[in-house]
Write a protein that binds this ligand. Sequence first.
Ligand code: CP3
Length: 373
Amino acid sequence: MADPDVVRARHADSPFLRACRGEAHETVPVWFMRQAGRALAEYREIRATHSFEEVVHTPELAAEVTLQPIRRYGTDAAILFSDIVTPVQALGMGVTIQPGVGPVVEEPIRTVGDLDRLRPLEPEADVPFVLDTVSILVDELDVPLIGFAGAPFTVASYLVEGGPSRSYTRTKALMFGDPLTWHRLMDKLADITIASLRAQVGRGASAVQLFDSWAGALHPLDYARHVEPHSARVLDALADLDVPRIHFGVNTGELLGRMAAAGADVVGVDWRTPLDEGRARIPVGVGIQGNLEPAVCLAEWDEVAARVDDVLARAGGAPDHVFNLGHGVLPPTDPAILARIVERVHTLGRTDGTVDEQVRPLPIERRAATEDA
Ligand code: CP3
């Protein structure tokens, strides 16, 4: 098994890690959230004979699926193939992942008594398959591996709702109606998240991303009161590991400053906030990741290229920009488009504070092409 410190030293000067630290480097690094998955025929082929859980629980398969997008797209980082609910699933919370739906929880958490079902995570005993996947990957990869976990709020939303939700009504009802139980639940989830992330780094992950995917459902006041202290505890508990911490959520334009303040080294921005506006909302010294609209990847190449350039222009050649989508790759995306995006970002992206003259931001008030004609 590779020494995790040796693995990290091997990647320390990679564009991705240098960008996360805001250090000078040559090419703009790029990876895609949900880069492994249904957009790839080779993933669907494995899924034809194995359930999602089987893939996650079989290190050789999970490692293979993690590597598939690196081969296809040439992305600058790999993200471990697993799920944000994998730790609580391993703790016996009755979680299944249903294709096309997402995580579903048999007996949701609704009362203080339900909390007893959630015990601390012992990663080596509870999720050895995740850690073994990390070990296989860090031996094989030429690029850094990103470990990840769901942030306490987003994992809580699945456990309390019992599945995906649009309104998070039950989650908010618990948060507002029984704050004591809410904070105890969040405390337990924060401990589970810390244990999971520390163990992934312990096996050689070079960076971590904390997914608070659904935090954008909250008013900033409620985020500050009911969520941020727990995410901050998670991020603080990783500080001594000296790996970049990326903090991402969808629809979080109004929360970006707080998500940075929670202790992120890099804040992920979804596609709804123009990248330069997102940048203005986070402190100097914190990097930025994003934020091409994933659905743009379904368009013809000329449109995709113009939108890639718009992101690069708004990034302004900053050395601490990591190019990504504003959320995950959509299943109908043509992998060839993603490969071309990587190539374009690598060719046209700059990291010295300048912007290539070909690269233009699109004016937001631009009228439809038919009106221009
Ligand atoms: O490539 C990667 O991004 C790495 C693997 C990864 C998956 N899920 C694989 C997966 C990662 C990092 C996640 C994180 C995750 N899981 C998040 C946070 C990221 C985000 O999208 O905001 C969330 C909210 C989940 C919960 C979850 N699990 C959802 C919403 C789904 C999708 C449901 C669907 O089928 O549309 C899952 C299942 C899941 N996780 C799939 C994959 C590839 C699809 C499973 C399949 O093959 O059927």
